[in-house]
Design a protein around this ligand. Structure first.
Ligand code: THU
Length: 135
């Protein structure tokens, strides 16, 4: 069911720029309109300037006019081999996803198209802080 999205994440991972951590991450975000927007991690010699794959995908999509999403697939692992573990979104990426995700939003962490786990964002970010709190 998630084959296309996972494949897109695995392909995006090939573009990861991670010469400092050598940890390559790809993400593929499925927009409500059915389009897939991908991202990879982009590191920097000034380490704090790095951007995670998930946020790259979200910021690309929002900058293209998309604001509602159904799911994201994430694949990550050390350079030089296929992912051997599930790469969960970091806390900042969970918060960024929460800004644009509805209650049905699904997070898929994948090693391959046939080996993945599926979560709701609510499971990964319970009792989240969102815009309604500051209205
Ligand atoms: N990274 C991601 O791309 N996504 C995450 O959710 C966690 C971490 C990246 C950031 C950095 O380039 C590398 O993985 C090692 O932390």
């Amino acid at each position: 069911m998630w084959d296309e999205l996972i494949l897109a994440a695995l392909r995006a991972r090939e573009n990861a720029y991670a010469p400092y951590s050598n940890y390559l991450v790809g993400a593929a975000l499925l927009a409500e309109d059915g389009e897939i927007v991908t991202g990879c991690n982009v590191e920097n010699a000034s380490y704090g300037a790095a951007c995670c794959a998930e946020r790259t995908a979200v910021f690309k999509a929002v900058s293209e006019g998309k604001r509602s999403f159904r799911a994201i697939a994430v694949a990550g692992g050390p350079d030089g081999r296929e992912p051997t573990g599930y790469a969960f979104p970091c806390g900042i990426c969970r918060q960024v996803l929460n800004e644009f995700a509805g209650p049905e939003f699904t997070v898929i962490v994948a090693k391959s198209v046939s080996d993945y786990r599926e979560y709701s964002l609510e499971e990964l970010l319970p009792n989240s802080f969102g815009g309604e709190a500051i209205k």
